[in-house]
Design a protein around this ligand. Sequence first.
Ligand code: NAD
Length: 488
Amino acid sequence: MVSRVIPVDPFDLVIFGGTGDLARRKILPGLFRRYCAGQMPKDARVVGAARAEMDDADYRSMVGEAIVEFSVRSDVDQGKLTAFLENLSYVAIDARGENGWSELAQHMRRKVVRAFYFSVAPGLFGDLAERLNNHGLTDDDSRIVVEKPFGRDLSSARQLNQDLAAFFDEGQIYRIDHYLGKETVQNLMAVRFGNMLFEPLWNSQFVDHIQITVAETVGVGGRGEYYDKSGAMRDMVQNHLMQLLCLIAMEPPARFDPDAVRDEKLKVIRALEPVEPHHIVRGQYDADPTDPENLPNYRTAVENPTSKTESFIALKTHIANWRWAGTPFYLRTGKRLVARSSEISIVFKDTPHSIFGEEAGRHRNVLSIRLQPNEGIKLGVTIKEPGPGGMRLIDVPLDMTFADALGPDGAENVDAYERLIMDVIRGNQTLFMRGDEVEAAWAWTDPIIEGWTNRGDVPKPYDSHSAGPDAAAQLMRRDDRDWREVTP
Ligand code: NAD
């Protein structure tokens, strides 16, 4: 299957923080792949803007090395890489001062889409917005892209929204949550709203519960200082898991357009119930004595021997509306777990009566949507175990894994960043968070964090390479349910 690539309009993309980790690992390799795919027009220009002093040639060589290092495919086409790098230039700039701004203005062309990617610390968002405006670098059609973390609580998120709103309309602001750029996340919407099969069952009458797991094998790595001030709730739940929950739980939007989708997501966040303290389990990873790399435990990794920040969280919440009343949503995410795996599972209820008797056991349909690795969707159905010997039931997956169903080209793994950057140029905000959504998500998150802070809650230790603290399993077992296994 050959995928259709429609080139976007010519653009000037300025990457503030163009020498940083995110730009080198994700943004620039992503742009290169879109260039190779023929989606980035030949006259598109990319300007790196950051603090370091360097010229265009230095920047091109730095980006070239990054693309080779971080490309998903090992065989980078040198000819294409050289041609791509020709479109790059560099400006040394100070977000908080005047240095570099007039030079940047000289790089910008008229009559092309102008996009400004703020790949810098959020503390600089307001400074950049103000200087872009003061130096006349933007017009009504210019777009800005901002990275997470978008605030650390409701008041800081409000402040960031106000700082940006002083110079840009909401329709110009693209708040990235790269989970929304994943192929399977969009496929989730296609499966829900493109088929008659699922939507009639998509409610508390037929769904027993929903679980969302985002498990990482890595620890905090070099991000210890940032992470210890944040923790799994702020770093993962408030944004990524919340966005996934919204897409599962929202009502069908009238159209697949940005505000129709985001209005429905917002209603879900506003209907989330507060989380009871005994429905939250927080954990911190221990070192693994058998680990040949001898990686440190959480507190050593963040250099804070008394840290109370969680590297794992599991919680149960409810959505107070007609569709979902009584259906629990279980969320779980953590670092240094047994496998890297992100999965959403819709677990349907038991059949009302088993004609096969109790010995047939409990069989439930599960729709599992896998975001990484091996993106795909599987529906667990119950069938008869083949062969003689009576009626024994087994569960088998109806597999909609893209690589199998569509062939290797159909499953071409377009990285979330590639898709999202192209959406910015196309002016499509559907997969970006709106300001009111982010604020509503913090409004739900803040009291939970305040609650455990006021209680002096200390996270429970858990073994590295495990599924998290035992208490997380208990959270489910108390309800006569189980987490699905975390498998690679
Ligand atoms: P980084 O520290 O590697 O790079 C920061 C960049 O900002 C550098 O290019 C630096 O020159 C530039 N910069 C700093 N101060 C400046 C100033 N006063 N004026 C102009 N430029 C300045 O950071 P990063 O890891 O690339 O992250 C960038 C942003 O993206 C952060 O907000 C981070 O939280 C977010 N983010 C990063 C990742 C990731 O994987 N690295 C993932 C998600 C979100």
